[in-house]
Design a protein around this ligand. Sequence first.
Ligand SMILES: Nc1ncnc2c1ncn2[C@@H]1O[C@H](COP(=O)(O)OP(=O)(O)OP(=O)(O)O)[C@@H](O)[C@H]1O
Length: 334
Amino acid sequence: MPSSVMPTPRKHDGHASPAAVSAVGLRKSFGDKTVLDGIDLYIPAGSVFALLGPNGAGKTTAVKILSTLVTADGGQAQVAGHDLATEPQAVRAAIGVTGQFSAVDGLITGEENMLLMADLHHLSRSEGRRVTAELLARFDLTDAAGKPASTYSGGMKRRLDIAMTLVGRPRIIFLDEPTTGLDPRSRHTMWQIIRELVTTGVTVLLTTQYLDEADELADRIAVLDNGTIAAEGTAEELKRLIPGGHVRLRFTDPAAYRDAATALPTATGDDDALTLHIPNDGSQHALRALLDRLDTAAVHADELTVHTPDLDDVFFALTGNDTRVPHQPTEALR
Ligand SMILES: Nc1ncnc2c1ncn2[C@@H]1O[C@H](COP(=O)(O)OP(=O)(O)OP(=O)(O)O)[C@@H](O)[C@H]1O
């Protein structure tokens, strides 16, 4: 397991975007069970941030704290510039929450659920109807609007849940496991919805157990394990944290292949395929050093590919849950 951990920025000094969410040292225990053991978060406005972790890691607890549903035992947090402890009402006004604790009432129709939300947000009757119609159309629920929500599929319920959240025009949306239990098509629809939300300037904090989801959607990812953040960074930064990265050089000229093998003492070669495998973390510095060696030896490779470990490797290495058989890292062609 790697010992290096990406530092979590605590302030936005030097950052272009202000923080939508910033938290320092959040702690929470239930009885003698410590669920969050001092986590720091910094989520720039207008970005997607994924809290990734296995079952029971504390993801939902973190979301509940940040959305004022649960009080932290320690630490501080600001959401939309408001202090969680002293201005919970202002925090609530700025956020929308969907997920495992969904607000959808199955006994009434999708449209009635929406109109109820509009009432809760004190919209006038005509404005409530206008917003309801617009959001139902946007989430492809117009045809189902008159049916009880209990008859909706899982994907439709999630879409209705998000539509209901948007009635309040939140600037920050917490999505707790937005695609758990959805079929592949509905997952992709949900991903598209999340991407579109971000284009409107909304900040999204999503929790997920799915590495591909974090990889697809998130600008930054925090890996939560045993109540602490094991690592935080972009997907690419996280992938570079664990060993297994390498560069592969392919040649068509056997002489060039041999010259390169001589110039690169750490390389292992495949003489038949004329390819060299060189351990390399894929960082700018390491790649430049490699290319400098090739230049010095006046060798030209026909193809250079950088192979980084995928998020699966990172996740299992960092959370110490790797019961899998070893496998080849995913290839990333740059
Ligand atoms: N109200 C509570 N009382 C006692 N224990 C709780 C409570 N809420 C959460 N826990 C425990 O805290 C731990 C973390 O739960 P949490 O729901 O935050 O995890 P999670 O990462 O969201 O997991 P999952 O992916 O399973 O939802 C679990 O062991 C859970 O049993």
